[in-house]
Write a protein of this length. Structure first.
Length: 97
């Protein structure tokens, strides 16, 4: 489900005050980290992830791998922070414009 520009702006505003829920460290993306991301997306729908691994290219690959595996939308990426959104079909929490 691609997001429209007004929806992305709305989600960016909501994500501004969020703290990172999951942190990907120097050991990269492990199965346990992916499970935590899945749980966080199911519960919160909008999560902030901190990727502290390698250089910019490596961080881009990790973020792309996360979005591919979780089918989440990348809302915003600034430095080593990424904001992801995935709608919970059973209990939606965030109302999109």
């Amino acid at each position: 489900m691609p997001l429209s520009n007004p929806q992305i702006r709305h989600l960016r505003g909501l994500a501004h005050s969020l703290k990172p829920v999951v942190m990907v460290g120097q050991h990269g993306l492990r199965d346990a980290v992916m499970e935590e991301i899945e749980i966080a997306l199911d519960f919160h729908e909008l999560v902030k992830i901190k990727v502290s691994a390698g250089d910019r290219g490596e961080r881009d690959l990790i973020i792309r791998e996360i979005t591919d595996k979780t089918t989440a939308e990348l809302v915003q990426r600034i430095g080593n922070m990424a904001v992801l959104f995935r709608r919970n079909t059973k209990k939606p929490k965030i109302v999109l414009p």
